[in-house]
Design a protein around this ligand. Structure first.
Ligand SMILES: Nc1nc2c(ncn2[C@@H]2O[C@H](COP(=O)(O)OP(=O)(O)OP(=O)(O)O)[C@@H](O)[C@H]2O)c(=O)[nH]1
Length: 806
């Protein structure tokens, strides 16, 4: 390591004492070859520079000077000159005069002598660095920043010409321009207006266009139009002016840089590639920055700073196909343009109102222009089908949806998994895979349930959380399974499932003790909810009979208790059937049980019970109503929804209303059972790809309805309820399908007779459980609700009542 390097790495914290105590001269050492070579070169250079005066200094003095000044030849010469060749009195004095330190504090003896001459003095760091300029930079070396003539345009402001302004820059500048109010721009507006009036339409467009532009200009000039609209007009007019190659000098009044910038924007929008040379503000491009030079090499030495010596960035030499990729407006631009069009439209409407018909013709024309700008996304085409006629003629299978309910762990998901396996909807290999994966987390018995429970949380916890939907077909019917969670925490999801169902499978666990626990738990609550939601047909699957050796006695006992309970809840027993099953092993599901101990049962299998359910009467000719179950993005549309059509029908191209947002949407296309279809009717679970609507207006739980006969949005309603718990004026959550909203029972107008529905008592203070009453509910927000819909009222996590809206 050279001694200079050693100084750089010098750890003076540790070594200062040692260093100060040493005699520096003793430290003289042999120069490294590197230092020696530098020293010799420096000596030769200094001698050459001093010429004849070099005889006045010894090689030793030159060496010392070079050594002291880190081989800085200039400094060394200056030192040698002032000390040995033409020593000034001051320099001589300086050698002995104490110099004030930079900090102005301690006085230190600083001598301008090479190191070895003061070797007997105490070492001083101030001495060592005394000739360093620190912040005392000479004036001639200070950097001077010069403001660029033009607003910066290129990379790091270093591009030599204004170049293309980015769209973002253009937008920002346009906004700034609008905000500045355009006080001094009036002259420009008036002048441009005059010029516009004299424009020949044949140069631009049709006669109508001429009239439009004039109207717009007049509005600006008269000052009746709000600033933003006026500004838009100015921008448009400038475009036209530029297109006609009018000199910008001609129309350039005294402009501030902002105004000039704003004008540039208009140019940039349409004529970025054809900025005329010599146009004011474009003919004095800056030289490339140091950074740009470092990056791209030195600029051409041409004296003229025309486009020739501007740097060509790599993208500038792209093939046209690549450049074309950016010729279209970006998605952001599309959104911004649409927003500005929308605001222009509103503005135009309000302006015409304010004018009170003073200039009706002008307004009509202005409105006409604005209307032309509105969203031009093509509307989906309708085939104008007679949907109900199509449905009658179609040989499509009847469709039915059923919800699977019951106490937690009764075996609902396993039962449905087995059904899908035995019907070959799911293959054996999938079940094997689930079995392995389930074994890995110690839940092997849940493998069949995993067919329905797809979420990782459901799988790890072994409970269903949300409604799982699945489909299967038999010879006559296309079924939709709605597997509901049994856990009490997820009752709202069970309500959502029940609201979409035509009938239900109630699963009860026959295991000793489990049935009894379930009857007190969700078996009871679910049955009540089913009835309240209008479900009248119920198949009771008495499950896990393998755990009680297929005891007929146990089956009969459970059947009896459940029958009594269901009939008390309001189900007609003719609509209730019982099937002894084992979901885990598949007994009496699709095939009859082969267990000898189960031979006593000769009734229908579960699938036979499902098939024999009566076709549901559908509200086909009613106005369209569909509760949205899912909202997602698909390959066909950024906004796709799914759900069951509760009433009415629809077809591709139909206009729909989304409530509560009140936004209109169009049916772009439809899918039924993953197949594209042209129409759909009540009772079908359909996927709708929507268009001409912003996805923010559509949420799960919203209602899609007929545009002409829409569902209203209300915040207060009267409902005839069956009380599950004590009711009084209280806070409640109102559930309707997937929708739930906070509300309050504000009044109880009457207690009603359970069977006849007649009034028993007016304005009771409370309603006891199992009583029927009319209650008035107020919600915090308006939701789409109408008479005939079923709602559930919950409070503190418990279902307290359910009933029908009056
Ligand atoms: N022995 C026996 N066990 C069964 C039968 N059916 C289901 N199980 C077991 O019961 C447990 C719960 O089954 P699931 O299908 O998850 O029950 P569930 O009703 O869907 O549960 P939740 O949806 O969370 O309420 C699992 O360990 C199943 O293997 C059956 O027929 N026999």
């Amino acid at each position: 390591m050279s001694r200079h390097q050693a100084y750089r790495n010098y750890d003076y914290e540790n070594d200062l004492d040692e260093y100060a105590g040493d005699d520096y001269s003793d430290e003289e050492e042999e120069l490294s070859p590197e230092d020696r070579a530098q020293m010799d070169a420096g000596i030769a250079e200094i001698r050459a520079a001093l010429g004849s005066a070099s005889s006045k200094v010894t090689t030793k003095q030159i060496e010392d000077a070079l050594w002291h000044y880190y081989y800085d030849v200039d400094k060394s010469i200056a030192y040698l000159m002032s000390n040995y060749i033409v020593p000034s009195p001051s320099s001589t004095a300086k050698s002995a005069t104490p110099k004030k330190s930079k900090t102005g504090g301690t006085q230190e003896l600083v001598v301008a002598e090479p190191y070895e001459q003061k070797s007997t003095q105490r070492f001083s760091f101030a001495d060592f660095f005394h000739d360093m300029p620190w912040l005392d930079i000479p004036k001639d070396r200070e950097t001077v920043f010069v403001e660029p003539v033009q607003p910066r345009g290129g990379l790091l402001g270093g591009a030599s010409a204004p170049g293309k302004m980015s769209k973002l820059q253009a937008l920002a500048a346009a906004r700034k321009k609008k905000a500045d109010g355009q006080k001094s721009d009036e002259k420009l507006v008036q002048k441009t207006t005059r010029e516009m009036a004299s424009l020949s339409l044949s140069q631009t467009s049709s006669g109508t266009a001429k009239a439009d532009i004039k109207t717009s200009s007049t509005a600006i000039g008269s000052g009746n139009t709000p600033a933003p609209q006026g500004l838009d007009g100015v921008t448009e007019e400038k475009h036209i002016d530029i297109n006609q190659s009018k000199s910008r000098e001609q129309q350039k009044p005294t402009q501030s840089s902002d105004q000039l910038y704003g004008t540039n924007i208009a140019v940039t929008k349409q004529t970025v590639d054809t900025i005329p040379q010599g146009v004011a503000g474009y003919d004095e491009p800056a030289t490339p920055s140091a950074f740009a030079q470092a990056l791209l090499g030195p600029a051409h030495s041409s004296a003229s700073l025309g486009p020739r010596n501007q740097y060509l960035f790599p993208y500038m030499s792209f093939t046209p196909s690549v450049a074309d990729a950016f010729s279209e407006p970006s998605p952001d631009d599309v959104v911004l343009t649409a927003q500005s069009k929308a605001s222009n439209k509103k503005l135009a409407a309000s302006t015409s109102k304010k004018k009170g018909g003073a200039d009706v013709k002008g307004d009509a024309v202005t409105d006409g222009i604005k209307t032309l700008k509105v969203d031009d996304t093509p509307l989906p085409k309708s085939k104008n089908l007679d949907v109900l006629g199509e449905f009658e003629r179609s040989k499509s299978k009847k469709s039915a949806s059923f919800v699977v309910v019951g106490h937690v762990d009764a075996g609902k998901s396993t039962l449905m998994g087995r059904l899908l396996l035995d019907l070959n909807v799911v293959d054996q290999r999938t079940i094997q895979r689930y079995r392995k994966e389930a074994e890995n987390i110690g839940k092997s018995s849940f493998a069949l349930a995993w067919v329905l429970d797809q979420r990782s949380e459901e799988r790890s916890r072994g409970v269903t959380i949300d409604i799982a939907t699945n489909k299967f077909e038999t010879e006559n019917t296309s079924f939709t399974i709605l597997d509901a969670p049994g856990h009490r925490d997820f009752i709202p999801n069970m309500i959502a499932g029940a609201s979409q169902a035509d009938f239900a499978i109630l699963v009860v666990d026959a295991t000793t003790g489990a049935f009894e626990a379930g009857l007190k738990g969700q078996t009871r609550e679910h049955s009540l909810l089913l009835r309240s939601m209008g479900v009248s047909r119920i198949i009771v699957a008495i499950n896990k009979l393998d755990t009680v050796e297929w005891s007929q006695e146990r089956f009969d006992e459970i059947s009896q208790q459940v029958s009594g309970f269901l009939s008390a809840t309001g189900f007609q027993l003719k609509n209730v059937s019982f099937v002894p099953v084992s979901g885990l092993h598949g007994d009496n599901m699709v095939k009859r049980s082969s267990e000898p101990t189960a031979s006593w049962y000769t009734g229908k299998t579960l699938i036979e019970e499902l098939e024999s359910s009566e076709p549901m009467t559908r509200a086909l000719d009613k106005p369209l109503r569909m509760t949205i179950s899912e909202v997602f993005r698909s390959a066909q549309s950024p906004l796709t929804i799914s759900g069951r059509i509760d009433a009415g029908s629809l077809q591709t191209g139909d206009a729909l209303l989304v409530q509560p947002s009140g936004e209109k949407a169009y049916v772009k296309s439809l899918e039924l059972d993953s197949e594209p279809v042209d129409w759909a009717v009540a009772g079908q679970n359909i996927v709708i790809h929507l268009s001409n609507i912003d996805p923010i207006h559509v949420r799960v739980g919203d209602i899609i309805c007929d545009l002409k006969q829409p569902i209203g949005c209300i915040d207060t309603f009267t409902v005839k309820v069956l009380a599950f718990d004590i009711l009084m004026p209280m806070q409640v959550d109102v559930h309707r399908g997937r929708l739930h909203a906070a509300g309050q029972i504000v009044e109880i107008p009457a207690l009603l007779d359970k069977i006849k529905g007649t009034e028993l008592k007016k304005k009771p203070k409370i309603v006891k459980p199992a009583s029927v009453a009319r209650v008035r509910v107020k919600m915090g927000t308006k939701v789409p609700l109408e008479a005939g819909q079923r709602v559930v009222l919950r409070s503190g996590g418990e279902t307290v009542a359910a009933g029908l809206l009056e």
